[in-house]
Design a binder for this molecule. Structure first.
Ligand code: NOJ
Ligand code: CA
Length: 698
């Protein structure tokens, strides 16, 4: 009898050693296997061809046996999930979440530690995570490393930024996997901190393309109570290994069961549009934990911002950042941007042109000390400068039906911000500010922590959760890049977390291909506050000696409102610059920021992107088309428009001789009547773009 039972057990176990699951469309297959040593491994194929060869899985623990071998399978479970859900704000009003799931329950011999691996196989990719149930043996542990590998089969073309643990504000490098080398690149990340641990460590999302035209993207979703995953590339073997960001003493994560790791994701398609339109990262996050979301609203805004970046005014009151504190620099310099008078001018402009909000930076005491972060108690987030009458401004904005957007620059002093957070949020409620832009320039205080470590990930998520208690929306700058947490806390409306337009004001800037890559990388995790809309392209306009410039044409700045999805979009240029070009400015006034539908018509990372979107609850459509440094011509069909209807199309395009470098402002505007049967020619200049609004005619 005993013999018979163990025979059955053996039979069942050997059957279980390998598992295979296909995506709903059957294009992608995931295979799971335990090796002879009992190590969990996975393989991924696309259209019957291996894309990820057998790759190791597991976790290494501090002072405990590693969870990467000696496992036995306790059981497996298959499931299918198919639902659609409605994001509060988004690129589309309904999102389908369809996947096949495999759960493998593992137990480690001798230690008896249980670990489950959960796989989800979508049509555009696969995801997996480690799940640690409550158990008797190991309920508290320190992760010292993640073993997870992505064992690729070839030398992909790769769009990468260096694996800096403190900043994601880099321009992309386009090289083969084998040519990744951090020591050769410009390290200007704009936040004054560099923490690059190795030559071959890059950030995720990592976008790749094979010679045969296969697109592969490696990223992660639902990073909660866990550090960010960068990727350590074996440049000879095309093997990538998870590189978790450590804390000040070198540990990666502290966990208590029951708990899970973030999802590790691999998107695969032979059509780039499948990657750029994928909602997989959002789908892998928990549904909204906010019940009443009626206060979460899209916003178009202007602000006292670009004027500081171009050097016209200053954040600090005295115009001198050399003073050691505000008491030493009590005199107004006449250059301070955030004055009551200037703010009212912005409020008037917003009201006149239909903008929802006004952001004001440099309104509060502390900017004398913000740079270099020597001082822990740098800001209190409630004390305005003497020339910023917050009560009067709040009342004035209310009278004009304009909302104020708060600014909380922490300059990396994070413990200080958390100490003040409730008072800072109460202050916003008191003065009726519905949204805050946060900022984390500089080294983190407490010292030794990185922007991408577990503690900071927890901070960024906590700020969003606590803001929800006050019904406030959050747009973070210099945070770790989003991984879809905005589905769970939809008040986390946007983040910067990549190299924004601001770099064009004071650095070598963002090369023309930059904005064609971001939708394939940074934007997969959530909206980006890129701050488009710069019309005065060359900084010599402000100061003859300056050579910096925006690396696009004016028309491309318009197109970015459509290609760079965000429900909170800034019209970033100076008001007087918009007044100079009222016909082009009309597009920024008209364009929507929240959508029913989005269709990516043309997409190639590093080259071009064309998307059309239907405004939420309206019959209007908007098109954005952008290119890199190459001019591009194409013809697009308007078959997305409702059949049998006529639309007025206003086309904002590059003038014939436009060029981002030599003639960036030259644009032309034409109006045509179109139907779903019409075609339109797109003529993009080098570094150029086209923006179109389609309005239903009666
Ligand atoms: C960097 C942010 O990205 C930028 O928008 C802001 O103006 C400065 N920090 C100052 O807070
Ligand atoms: Ca920034």
């Amino acid at each position: 009898m005993k013999h018979f039972l163990s025979g059955i057990l053996f039979f069942t176990l050997s059957l279980l050693q390998a598992q295979s699951v296909a995506s709903p469309s059957k294009k992608i297959t995931l295979d799971f296997k335990l090796t002879a040593k009992g190590q969990p491994t996975y393989t991924v194929s696309y259209k019957n061809k291996d894309v990820v060869q057998e790759s190791a899985m597991g976790i290494k623990l501090k002072e405990k046996p590693a969870l990467d071998a000696n496992f036995t399978i306790l059981g497996t479970k298959n499931a299918t999930f198919n639902e659609s859900w409605k994001p509060v704000l988004g690129e589309q009003s309904s999102i389908v979440n369809h996947y096949n799931e495999l759960t493998v329950s593992l137990i480690q011999n001798e230690t008896n530690v249980k670990m489950n691996v959960i796989f989800r196989i979508f049509d555009e990719g696969i995801a997996f995570r480690y799940d640690f149930p409550k158990q008797t043996e190991l309920n508290y542990f320190i992760i010292s490393d993640e073993v997870t590998q992505f064992n690729l089969t070839e030398n992909y073309k790769t769009f990468w930024i260096p694996g800096d643990f403190d900043s994601n504000e880099y321009e992309y490098n386009e090289t083969k996997l084998s040519e990744i080398d951090n020591s050769k690149i410009d390290m200007n990340n704009g936040i004054g901190v560099k923490s690059i641990p190795g030559k071959h460590i890059v950030q995720s999302p990592l976008m790749m393309k094979s010679d045969a035209g296969l697109y592969v993207n490696i990223f992660e979703a639902a990073v909660v109570n866990y550090p960010v995953m960068h990727l350590n590339v074996d440049v000879n073997k095309y093997k990538l290994t998870a590189q978790l960001v450590p804390n000040a003493i070198g540990d990666k994560a502290y966990l208590q069961t029951p708990c899970v790791s973030p999802w590790r994701t691999i998107m695969i398609s032979d059509d780039a549009r499948d990657i750029v339109s994928s909602k997989m990262i959002l789908n892998l996050n928990e549904p909204s934990k906010i019940e009443d979301t009626s206060w979460i609203k899209p916003m178009k805004y202007v602000g006292i911002w670009w004027e500081m970046h171009v050097g016209k005014s200053t954040w600090d009151y005295a115009g001198s950042q050399n003073a050691t504190n505000f008491a030493d620099a009590p005199k107004a310099s006449g250059k301070h941007g955030a004055t009551t008078e200037n703010t009212k001018r912005y409020i008037d402009f917003a009201a006149k042109n239909g903008f929802d909000g006004v952001l004001v930076e440099g309104w509060n005491v502390g900017w004398e000390d913000w740079n270099g972060n020597w001082k822990e108690e740098v800001f209190d987030f409630t004390t305005p400068y003497p020339d910023f009458d917050i009560a009067a401004i709040s009342a004035y904005a209310k009278s004009k039906n304009v909302k104020m957007i708060m600014h909380h620059e922490t300059s990396g002093s994070v413990a200080n911000y958390e100490r003040h957070l409730d008072r800072a949020f109460e202050n916003m409620v008191k003065y009726d500010y519905p949204a805050v832009k946060t900022g984390y320039v500089g080294k983190i205080i407490p010292r030794g922590e990185f922007h991408d470590g577990q503690t900071m990930v927890n901070h960024f998520n906590f700020v969003a959760r606590r803001a929800a208690d006050y019904k406030l929306m959050v747009n973070s700058h210099e945070s770790s890049r989003p991984t879809g947490y905005g589905r769970t806390y939809p008040n986390y409306v946007a983040a910067e977390a990549a190299r924004g337009n601001e770099f064009n004001a004071w650095s070598v800037g963002n090369p023309p291909m930059h904005e064609t890559i971001l939708p394939f990388t940074r934007l997969l995790g959530g909206p980006m506050d890129y701050t488009p809309g710069i019309f005065e392209i060359k900084m010599s306009y402000y100061d003859k000696s300056k050579t910096e410039q925006v690396h696009t044409t004016l028309a491309k700045q318009l197109a970015l409102y459509v290609t760079m999805y965000s429900p909170i979009q800034m019209a970033a240029d100076l008001l007087e610059n918009y007044e100079k070009y009222p016909d082009a400015f009309q597009f920024i006034k008209d364009v929507a920021v929240d959508w029913d539908e989005s269709k990516y018509l043309q997409a190639e990372p590093g080259d071009y992107l064309t998307v059309v979107r239907k405004a939420k609850g309206s019959e209007s459509w908007f098109l954005g088309a952008i290119t890199d440094e190459n001019a591009r011509e194409s013809e697009i069909k308007l078959d997305f428009l409702t059949k049998g209807q006529k639309y007025k199309a206003i086309i904002y395009e590059d003038a014939k001789n436009a060029d981002w470098k030599t003639n960036p402002i030259a644009y032309k505007i034409r109006t045509v009547t179109v139907t779903s049967k019409s075609k339109i020619n797109l003529n993009l200049a080098p570094g150029g773009g086209t923006a179109i609004s389609f309005e239903l005619m009666n």
